[in-house]
Design a protein around this ligand. Structure first.
Ligand SMILES: [Zn+2]
Length: 118
């Protein structure tokens, strides 16, 4: 497969930079919410306490996912600046442009990704 051309790289870079901005915002917004949930049993009923715990758990996993993706996005941008972007970390093949459009932070080609998930 051909490696990415200049226009494709430029388009993916714009997507990555947008993602970087969005994810940073998401992490910044989520962080105080997850760290300051105070559960007071005397004031909050048992059911709403469980709700609060569940919400906290969900907010936490969303935050973890956003942080994880943020790291990958930063890594991808770093690779881009070294002109090392768009290659599978496992087999070294070029990652398809269509896949990168959907997931510009992808580190594996579709084949390696599906093998890893099995
Ligand atoms: Zn691969």
């Amino acid at each position: 497969m051909d490696s990415l051309n200049v226009e494709q790289i430029a388009s993916l870079r714009a997507t990555l930079e947008q993602l970087l901005t969005d994810l940073r915002k998401q992490v910044a917004l989520a962080s105080p919410a997850t760290s300051t949930v105070v559960l007071n049993q005397s004031k909050v009923g048992r059911l709403s306490r469980m709700d609060a715990l569940q919400q906290q758990h969900m907010a936490n996993s969303t935050l973890q996912q956003a942080k994880k993706r943020l790291t990958l996005v930063q890594k991808a941008l770093g690779k881009m600046s070294k002109e090392d972007y768009g290659y599978c970390e496992r087999c070294g093949e070029v990652i398809a442009f269509a896949r990168l459009q959907a997931r510009p932070e992808a580190q594996l080609c579709l084949k390696c990704q599906s093998q890893q998930e099995q």
